[in-house]
Design a binder for this molecule. Structure first.
Ligand SMILES: Cc1cc2nc3c(=O)[nH]c(=O)nc-3n(C[C@H](O)[C@H](O)[C@H](O)COP(=O)(O)OP(=O)(O)OC[C@H]3O[C@@H](n4cnc5c(N)ncnc54)[C@H](O)[C@@H]3O)c2cc1C
Length: 477
């Protein structure tokens, strides 16, 4: 038997384990994760917090038992504290302090990513949270139940920030959404598209603070704490007449965030959710494994690192971008799963190659749907591409059709080669499936002129005879 140890059992680790267990009977698989659950779908956090779904329990798609049934050994609540890459030994520590070692023939690092922490003054006050794990989601969720929490700051208007702004608004709180950039979702959309999302957020009561840099956090002053403590105490003592309550209450409120300070002003807030993005978790390979410029494990098309028999997958590893034509880092569950499959087959002996990615993504907020793939015009310019765009806006279906919404489409293309570099779409209707075609176009280096002549069907239920994809492509200069 060949023994593969997989460190990290979320989307990437699970995909690698399933591939090995389902296709290669000669493989012995050992899975290790410090968490007490596996397969948590982070995308469900905002949906649960906003009560758009009925239960958080359905946010897990597999469990420990499923892997044990397939013959894997799985250690949950167990941290890998060190790897001896020369002796091929992994040192582990269980949550109860017990330590043990695992030897390996192949090692798969699937340790994911960590939330970016700006370490601003006041960062350690109670009531300031990041959102990465299921536990993070539960803490924020519980604090939102507190009727004293009325004003919530969300810092970072990327995907998670925007989704959490919606979720917290749906819980009836005042939401202030901060971003240093001049637009929301700036990593994926140009301003022409992202203004749809800003308008939607504003129309639904989210207070936008763009072009605004968060500098520090404030906490309650002593008198505020005292008065609020008395107020809460009166309520609680009715239920539980325990003298310790007053002391606990004073302590918990004393260190609690009460405000956020930016380069433009100061705002009273009772809770802060930081959503500033993620960095690869490469702690275990420091000093031995080659890192990319984004500080992710640098891997080849088989997910191999620079060390023989050591693979890296998911958020901790690099990925090849077909839009940029270079290695980059894109933290998405979709990439994690695909990279896990590639590593599993490579270890098993099938030598499957990664096809690279386009970074396709989508978001749906208060009924505003946006999807994009590849790179935006602004990003392409920053990266030095000689780039152009072609835009088209129209009703999705012929005007005689009911349930008909405007669709905006932007195609980003290289002015010299004319290959498609990116596409962005926005609508209150569902046009999401169209983006997959653009993803393939980027992967296959299709030009904008080829798109103009592409065979696209017409049916009034779905699109117009002069559909927006053809029209945008035809309009390219
Ligand atoms: C709120 C939120 C919403 C998201 N929405 C989407 C979405 O809509 N679409 C999308 O594609 N992606 C989304 N993502 C991103 C997606 O969740 C990540 O890209 C994905 O989880 C990466 O999977 P992974 O397995 O590589 O890493 P992770 O999910 O980070 O898992 C890493 C695992 O490694 C374990 N681990 C780390 N270090 C050790 C150690 N030393 N010892 C033992 N175990 C260790 C951790 O406990 C963890 O279980 C979202 C993320 C969040 C937080």
């Amino acid at each position: 038997m060949v023994k593969t140890v997989i460190i990290g059992s979320n989307h990437a680790g699970i995909a690698a384990a399933n591939t090995l267990l389902d296709h290669y009977p000669d493989q012995q698989v050992v899975m290790i994760d410090k968490s007490n659950s596996l397969s948590y779908l982070g995308c469900g956090s905002p949906l649960w917090v906003g009560r758009q779904i009925d239960s958080y329990e359905t946010l897990f798609y597999t469990n420990k038992e499923a892997f044990e049934e397939k013959g894997a050994a799985i250690h949950m609540e167990t941290s890998v504290v060190a790897v001896d890459f020369d002796k091929k030994i992994v040192s582990c520590c269980r949550v109860n302090g017990e330590t043990f070692e695992e030897t390996y023939d192949n090692l798969v690092l699937a340790t994911g990513s960590k939330p970016i922490n700006l370490n601003l003054p006041g960062n350690d006050y109670a009531g300031i949270h990041c959102l990465k794990t299921f536990e993070d989601c539960m803490v924020v969720d519980e604090e939102l139940d507190d009727p004293m929490v009325q004003n919530v700051a969300v810092v970072g208007a990327g995907y998670i920030g925007v989704e959490m702004a919606e979720a917290i608004k749906r819980r009836g709180k005042n939401v202030l959404l901060f971003d240093i950039e001049s637009q929301v979702l700036s990593a994926y959309y140009d301003a022409w598209l992202s203004e749809d999302m800003s308008n939607t957020l504003s129309e639904n009561g989210v207070e936008l603070h763009l072009n605004e840099k968060v500098m520090s956090y404030q906490k309650n002053d002593v008198m505020d704490v005292f008065l609020r403590c008395i107020e809460e105490l009166v309520q609680e003592i009715k239920v539980n007449p325990d003298t310790q309550i007053a002391k606990n209450k004073m302590t918990s409120l004393d260190n609690k965030v009460s405000g956020i300070v930016t380069d433009k002003g100061e705002y009273p807030v009772d809770l802060v959710v930081n959503a500033l993005g993620f960095i690869p978790n490469v702690d275990l390979g420091q000093g031995r494994l080659t890192l990319s410029k984004e500080k992710a494990y640098l891997v080849d098309e088989h997910q191999r690192t620079n060390l023989a028999d050591v693979y890296a997958i998911g958020d901790c590893a690099t990925i090849y971008s077909n839009a940029l034509n270079e290695v980059t880092h894109i933290a998405l569950a979709t990439n994690a799963v695909r990279s896990g499959i590639v590593a599993g087959h490579s270890i098993g002996g099938s030598e499957l190659k990664s096809l690279g990615v386009q970074g396709s993504n989508g978001i749906s907020i208060f009924g505003q749907n946006m999807v994009s793939t590849g790179i935006s015009y602004e990003k392409a310019k920053t990266l030095g591409f000689k780039v152009a765009v072609t835009d088209f806006e129209d009703l999705q279906k012929p005007s005689f059709m009911k349930d008909n919404e405007q669709v905006k489409l932007r195609i980003v293309y290289d002015q010299v080669s004319r290959r498609v570099l990116g596409a962005q779409m926005s609508s209150k209707g569902d046009m999401s499936m169209g983006i997959h075609m653009f993803s393939l176009a980027i992967a296959k280096q299709v030009t904008v002129d080829e798109l103009a002549l592409l065979d696209i069907f017409f049916l009034p239920h779905f699109n117009q005879p002069y559909n927006y994809i053809t029209m945008a492509a035809l309009s390219a200069n």
